[in-house]
Write a protein that binds this ligand. Structure first.
Ligand code: HEM
Length: 131
């Protein structure tokens, strides 16, 4: 099926739910990242990131129905993001990606996902180191 999306190829909603849940388990334990999240409960942030990833990779468009245009750069302005925060975020995502069984998400798909995250995280750096 050449019309199959990345979302479908890797197992759809279940896979994205597992991925993003694992990501936030790491954020919760990260001394640098955890204080950036304004809410005590990481649950709502988890839902927003999950919906965004589902939409980006060809799944349901619930994110934009609920949140409008992603405008990620603008939405991250309130948070001080240097290369250090970027690397911490990517480390959490690496743990999450590695936790997904290769039978569900092939190494090639994992590499695509990682490459996208690296590009997106770099785009969200908004503070020079030392500032
Ligand atoms: C929201 C931090 C990278 C997507 C947030 C929030 C924080 C944060 C603190 C607020 C949590 C909330 O939703 O209440 C960071 C840091 C990053 C980073 C430190 C390091 C570079 C990324 C990347 C993506 C992303 C790479 C996407 C590929 C989102 C989305 C939201 C969000 C979709 C929710 C936006 C909304 O609808 O309000 N991020 N983020 N973030 N982040 Fe990030």
């Amino acid at each position: 099926p050449d019309q199959q999306t990345f979302y479908d190829a890797v197992g759809g909603a279940d896979t994205f739910a597992e991925l993003i849940h694992r990501f936030y388990q790491e954020v919760a334990r990260d001394e640098l990242l955890r204080p950036l999240y304004p809410e005590e409960d990481l649950g709502p942030a988890e839902v927003r990131l999950r919906m965004f990833f589902e939409q980006y990779w060809g799944g349901p468009r619930t994110y934009s129905e609920q949140r409008g245009h992603p405008r990620l750069r603008m939405r991250h302005v309130p948070f001080r993001i240097t290369e250090i925060e970027r690397d911490a975020w990517l480390r959490c995502m690496d743990v999450a990606i590695a936790s997904i069984d290769d039978a569900r998400m092939s190494p090639d798909h994992k590499q695509q996902l990682r490459a996208y995250c690296e590009m997106a995280a770099q785009m969200l750096v908004n503070t020079p180191m030392g500032a």
